[in-house]
Ligand binder design. Structure first.
Ligand SMILES: Cc1ncc(COP(=O)(O)O)c(C=O)c1O
Length: 368
């Protein structure tokens, strides 16, 4: 059990109750994903008619929730996921926190939920990460994963938007996604179940989309694949996302990616990759892509690379796609040249090994 100070202190401009039992920080070389949490979390409550209360920092601990809370029954919950990195100069920087906070706010709006003001959310998030900066690992390709979330807490069983919410942020040091170097994955094209439909919740980062994805994901895993490639919900023909990543294909010399039509998550990494490709002069097209086009490109040898983009892995090469029992090997199962170049360029910016001409890295102030 975590013992806490009785008196709270006002540190870092936010009421902060520090733990009296700091945890041992794990070795950065053995970290996995999302199993270890830092000492503190951020909490802020909302009540209709009163608005948001003051953010506060407290020891990371279980929440107390009314069992009738809307988040538990009707899925009124949204979240986001971003990272802080320790640069090679030792400084800690957040990767595009403004874009993630804006997406959290858009997700909340889609679910009729309030969200903290963007500037205030950025300030409190920075304060929390500054307090926990010793938790940001420095081993190669490690990071501090940041999980902000908003949940409906009002205890009420009628179906309507809740009147009480909790915004919280928890932090988890995470290991290298590919400790042995990038490894292309095998993907099963799912042609029965769907993750989201146009007009639905697909563009929001909300639990329902992940719940919808679990069944097919488990089936794919038990058949020896790492993830599912989602097709559209109406015709089951158009590519959408790969697992919890956005999808990109290199056909001939052009990179193609599904458009933000409302059923896929507008990925921050996707946006970075499109920026880099355009700067590099690589032709890029955001357009609908059918699975038939992919099959044809595979047959005529123009399907050169396939990869996913997302905060967790940054870039994940796809070495094989299986559709209705037919396996398509991509780039002979090896990581493609552009895939590798994108991974190297993005991770170099994130870890401060390369300049950041796009203003993606936001410094976290030193201890206050
Ligand atoms: C469903 C889904 N698509 C795409 C992404 C990639 O988004 P981002 O690059 O912002 O992490 C994620 C991860 O956040 C996701 O969960």
């Amino acid at each position: 059990m975590t013992r806490t100070m009785e008196a709270t202190e006002r540190a870092l401009d936010i009421e902060t109750e520090r733990t009296l039992s700091p945890k041992l920080r794990p070795d950065g070389h053995t970290l996995g994903f999302g199993t270890v949490f830092t000492d503190h979390m951020l909490l802020q409550t909302y009540r209709a008619g009163e608005g948001w209360g003051a953010a506060r920092i407290a020891p990371h601990a279980p929440l107390t929730l009314d069992p009738a809370a809307g988040a538990l029954h009707y899925g009124q919950s949204v979240f986001d996921g971003l990272k802080a990195f320790r640069g090679v100069d030792g400084d800690v920087r957040l990767f595009r926190p403004d874009a993630h906070i804006e997406r959290l706010r858009r997700s909340a709006e889609r679910l009729c939920m309030p969200a903290p003001d963007a500037a205030a959310a950025l300030r409190s998030l920075r304060t929390l990460v500054a307090l926990e900066q010793e938790w940001v690992p420095s081993a190669p390709d490690t990071a501090l994963y940041i999980r902000p979330a908003i949940i409906a807490t009002e205890g009420f069983l009628g179906v309507r938007p809740a009147r009480e919410y909790l915004y919280f942020v928890i932090l988890s040091p995470v290991g290298a996604y590919f400790p042995q170097g990038m490894a292309p994955v095998k993907i099963l094209v799912e042609d029965i179940q769907v993750r989201a439909v146009e007009g639905g919740l697909g563009a929001a980062k909300t639990g329902a989309n992940y719940a919808a994805s679990l069944h097919a994901g488990e089936r794919a895993r038990s058949a020896g694949f790492s993830q599912v490639l989602w097709l559209d919900g109406r015709e089951h023909r158009y590519l959408e996302e790969v697992g919890a990543m956005n999808l990109m294909l290199r056909i001939n010399d052009e990179v193609v990616t599904p458009p933000l039509s409302g059923s896929i998550l507008p990925g921050v990494t996707r946006d970075c990759v499109l920026t880099l490709l355009r700067v590099w002069g690589v032709p890029v097209s955001e357009r609908p892509i059918t699975i038939d086009e992919v099959l044809a490109a595979s047959l005529d040898g123009t399907l050169r690379e396939v990869w996913g983009t997302g905060t967790a892995a940054v870039i994940s090469p796809v070495g094989e796609l299986a559709y209705r029992g037919v396996p398509l090997t991509v780039n002979r199962g090896r990581t493609g040249e552009l895939t590798q170049r994108l991974y190297d360029a993005l991770t170099a910016i994130q870890h401060g090994r390369a300049p950041d001409p796009y203003g993606w890295m936001a410094p976290v102030k030193r201890d206050g």
